[in-house]
Unconditional design. Structure first.
Length: 430
């Protein structure tokens, strides 16, 4: 088996290598190919990955390359974790939002749109290469905004098996499993559980949790409310939580408490991107140490908890036909019958050798459906803009987004976005 990582110079890569090493006895993995266009980062991260594998008895070979065709050819799984423009582009997204008093977060609002416009054409190019060189491979996309990128893949590369992946679902499940252990004395393996989550990537609501088919949500949600009451600054106000009866994804704070988030932006620097620049610089320094052969503790500062766990569980379940249920991004395909079948949703899916199968679910209540429909319209316009270099679609995407600018400010924001990202948006130069 050959597994390929596009964006192999990412500081996340050692965590993925650890995950693959931990399950090497369950996968016939022969070669792990790390592909990156940044030779300096690839050399450092790839060298560290090779030392990690050597320290664990060399169960598979690590191959480094900057050639997409060589990297993809013959792969069983292709993992995309790339960042077009690297971390400086993320910082530029953040300050683009700040300049216009809009949310500049890397997946949400104008910042997320800028990242999507840069990322979608590159991921589609990877998918096209897979069609030629690895037609049976499964594409696991971790590149943000994951759901929006997956929407583009399903519409413009439908022949390539793909799934969008985010760590929010598995992180939430692991927190609940810890809660069950503390509250009820239950130590339950994840295979016996299902987290009932529904929405779009970074726009989901958690509304149920079953163990062996028994729903424990009433007890778990009551305990969550008690925890929030004890906090000096709860994540969400208690009236909203009580009304919904669900736990909103943390990213919904940008929609529910926009002014609060905008006020926090005014305190920059440092933005989160600037913080991560410093963290990555330190991590790369540590990775370059020839004596280091296991991921340092500082990797946890980078974020993305359980990223490797989710990636390896998906690959294990798919290859070994295990039927694990994980929260991922894929086509609705009628699972939520009240919503369009061609929408990409984030929801529990069964993963087996045949593919990714959404679990049938009831739609969210109207208070959530309205926001879902609003943001999905923005996503579809953004995909159109990214693929076709369509300025009018980009204009309408900004006009449509719930966190976008007033109508008479859209043109100015769009021009700033395109100018800020000019090196990475050749589709808009015509």
């Amino acid at each position: 088996m050959k597994i390929t990582v596009i964006g192999g110079g990412s500081t996340y890569t050692p965590e993925l290598v650890s995950g693959l090493l931990a399950c090497s006895g369950q996968l016939p993995l022969d070669e792990l190919w790390l592909m990156d266009i940044d030779a300096g980062r690839l050399g450092i991260v790839g060298g560290f990955a090779e030392r990690m594998v050597a320290a664990n008895g060399r169960p598979f070979k690590v191959v480094l390359t900057d050639n997409l065709h060589e990297a993809v050819t013959g792969s069983a799984y292709v993992i995309t974790q790339l960042r077009v423009g690297q971390m400086p582009a993320r910082v530029a997204d953040e300050y683009l939002g700040r300049r216009h008093r809009l949310i500049g977060q890397e997946t949400t609002g104008v910042g997320g749109m800028a990242k999507a416009l840069r990322t979608i054409p590159v991921i589609l190019n990877v998918a096209n290469e897979m069609t030629r060189s690895a037609p049976a491979a499964l594409l696991l996309n971790f590149a943000n905004p994951s759901g929006l990128v997956t929407e583009a893949l399903k519409r413009y590369a439908p022949g390539v098996p793909s799934v969008g992946v985010c760590n929010v679902g598995i992180t939430t499940r692991n927190k609940i499993l810890s809660q069950l252990s503390n509250l009820l004395g239950m130590d339950v393996p994840p295979e016996r559980t299902v987290l009932d989550t529904l929405g779009l990537n970074h726009l989901t609501w958690h509304r149920g949790f079953t163990v062996d088919g028994v729903d424990l949500w009433p007890q778990l949600f009551s305990a969550y409310l008690q925890q929030q009451r004890a906090l000096p600054e709860p994540e969400f106000d208690l009236a909203t939580l009580t009304s919904l009866g669900m736990i909103p994804n943390d990213y919904l704070q940008y929609y529910y408490y926009t002014e609060r988030k905008l006020a926090l932006q005014q305190r920059w620097p440092p933005s989160r991107g600037e913080e991560v620049l410093a963290i990555e610089s330190d991590l790369l320094r540590q990775y370059a140490d020839p004596a280091l052969s296991e991921p340092p503790q500082d990797l946890m500062k980078r974020g993305g908890a359980y990223y490797a766990t989710l990636a390896t569980r998906l690959i294990l379940s798919h290859h070994n036909d295990l039927g694990y249920i994980e929260v991922v991004n894929t086509r609705n395909a009628g699972a939520v019958s009240a919503w369009p079948a061609d929408w990409v949703l984030e929801m529990p899916c069964r993963i087996d050798r045949a593919g990714i199968h959404p679990i049938p679910a009831q739609p969210l209540p109207p208070s959530c459906c309205a926001l879902i429909a609003h943001v999905k319209a923005y996503e579809l316009l953004t995909v159109d803009a990214a693929v076709n270099g369509d300025r009018n679609a980009a204009f309408q995407a900004l006009l449509t987004h719930p966190l976008g600018p007033p109508a008479d400010k859209v043109q100015g924001v769009l021009e700033d976005l395109l100018e800020t990202n000019k090196p990475y948006l050749p589709q808009f130069r015509q």
